[in-house]
Design a protein around this ligand. Sequence first.
Ligand SMILES: NC(=O)c1ccc[n+]([C@@H]2O[C@H](COP(=O)([O-])OP(=O)(O)OC[C@H]3O[C@@H](n4cnc5c(N)ncnc54)[C@H](O)[C@@H]3O)[C@@H](O)[C@H]2O)c1
Length: 312
Amino acid sequence: MRILITGGAGFIGSHLCERLLSEGNEIICLDNFFTGRKANIVHLLDSKNFELVRHDVTEPVMFEVDQIYNLACPASPIHYQYNPVKTVKTSVMGMINMLGLAKRVKARILQASTSEVYGDPLIHPQTEDYFGNVNPIGLRSCYDEGKRVAETLMMDYHRQNSVDTRIVRIFNTYGERMMENDGRVVSNFIVQALRGEELTMYGDGSQTRSFCYVSDLVDGLIRLMNTEAENIHLPVNIGNPGEFTMNELAVEIGKAIGTEVKIKYLPLPQDDPKQRQPNIEKAKNLLSWSPKIPLAEGLERTVAYFRGIVRQ
Ligand SMILES: NC(=O)c1ccc[n+]([C@@H]2O[C@H](COP(=O)([O-])OP(=O)(O)OC[C@H]3O[C@@H](n4cnc5c(N)ncnc54)[C@H](O)[C@@H]3O)[C@@H](O)[C@H]2O)c1
């Protein structure tokens, strides 16, 4: 198949490019390099089945493809809040452009949505039928609401134009090729611990997150894209339900590095969700998918990657 991956030079996108290429597909990796890096996909450039295109999804584009994975959007708060108007444009105009393309060339399209559509959830764990508790005017809204509108567009193009759509709600994912300075908790803690610095903990560290290793996530994305079932166009959570407090995460990272970590506690930022855990029954039933890599193993691999790039 010929497959377009927007945001393909980013953290998750580069793993997806690698995996789909290794399965014999032709890959068009499209990226504006806002948070993506050529270094993430440089090892794929020699393949005759891999094409890299510098392009911004807010501008229309035309390719003959069979499938589109729409991942283009900065994912960490530091980056999506750097230019919030652009973040909304990327989610909304990017989605319209990709759906227009999917409609025109009759491609199946998968949208990388997010657990952030649940906001600061009032039910726990979060099932796909929960509408969420999102602040529409806060600092995180450019990302959360942008992604919510993108889901709306997916559903409307499906109902109105019969576009073949898939929506995945991705929960926190970690692994090799995360950026070392983007403020996401796993990379932040690992980089600080490797440098022997104190770990910056926002709040008292009792807030929880569930962390999915990137190879498990990529497996879920590919299964969702290639599954046919009634109502398969409705959102599906993909994440690892293993829930850890940030204090526990700090300890696990200390173990993976082989050091005792020290923690500096800072105030919690606005609208930071207190807990987040996916209910993945739907993914289990529809896709026969569940995560395989335990946190300790995923952290070990991620630490090995960061050891190679962080100056200690
Ligand atoms: N990593 C996670 O934990 C997580 C969780 C939920 C959802 N997601 C979603 O998954 C997708 C990938 O996330 P990631 O963690 O790999 O982030 P990332 O920032 O590493 O990747 C995003 C990629 O999109 C590119 N991009 C951004 N704006 C663009 C634009 N206007 N035009 C073209 N390319 C553009 C960036 O350069 C980058 O390569 C995002 O849509 C994100 O919202 C990620």
